[in-house]
Design a protein around this ligand. Structure first.
Ligand code: ZN
Length: 235
């Protein structure tokens, strides 16, 4: 098991691309893992490889470190969950106080499969974009959950994985700022042009913060964060 090898949960979105850069900055070998779970829109999955290519092109040192990509078929998640991420319904709050985009158990499944692949690939470090700061209402994005999951995986696999969540305590503006500190303006541009976060899979409308419908909660968060990031940079 290599202490200098990391596996990054990578969806092709802004957060996981920033996490990928964070890992490439810190570890000698970095692999990526993505989950195909019947997302409504295939856009995110199709952004993954172009983003990996662009990250390679950005920095020769990173190009050397960036290794294999693993795609795990979790279509069973789409088959058993009633979520607006996998069904054609509008994003809304439910009576449980959670958005209907919540897929119960998703990050439990993702981290479990990541650990299974990490175990096989000899990667001790697992990096994910879970974040408690920007309110999403997802209980499986909380620090408490990640800590508990790390413990569970290590007990259940008799192992010593370390789960890293570099975005846990920062907001979207600081996620943009983190990308800039890791890869300069070039990485910020790459995130704008190549990554995807819109819930509606819209790649036709281009804004200063990237592509998306501009109105869904995910676009709103990304746009607001970018505005705040630019305002802070102007001072
Ligand atoms: Zn959108």
């Amino acid at each position: 098991m290599s202490d200098t090898k990391a596996l990054v949960l990578f969806s092709g979105g802004q957060d996981s691309t920033t996490c990928l850069a964070w890992a490439l900055d810190r570890f000698d070998e970095v692999e990526t893992i993505g989950f195909d779970y019947g997302q409504r829109h295939r856009v995110e999955m199709s952004c993954r490889e172009p983003v990996r290519e662009a990250v390679r092109a950005l920095n020769p040192a990173w190009a050397k470190k960036l290794g294999e990509d693993h795609v795990v078929d979790l279509s069973v998640l789409g088959a058993i969950s009633e979520s607006s991420l996998t069904r054609e319904t509008e994003i809304a709050m439910t009576s449980s106080g959670l958005p209907n985009s919540f897929v119960p158990g998703r990050n439990i499944a993702f981290l479990t499969f990541a650990a299974m692949v990490g175990y096989r690939r000899g990667a001790r470090h697992i990096v994910g974009g879970m974040c408690e700061t920007d309110f999403s209402g997802y209980p499986d994005c909380r620090h408490e959950f990640v800590q508990s999951m790390e413990q569970t995986l290590n007990i259940g696999m008799a192992h010593n994985f370390v789960l890293h969540t570099p975005l846990m305590w920062i907001d979207k503006a600081d996620t943009w700022a983190l990308a800039q500190s890791l890869g300069g303006e070039a990485l910020v541009r790459l995130i704008i042009e190549d990554t995807h976060t819109c819930y509606h899979g819209d790649r036709t409308h281009r804004h200063d913060w990237g592509y998306g419908c501009g109105t869904c909660p995910s676009c709103a968060l990304r746009a607001q964060g970018y505005r705040k990031f630019k305002e802070a940079a102007a001072f």
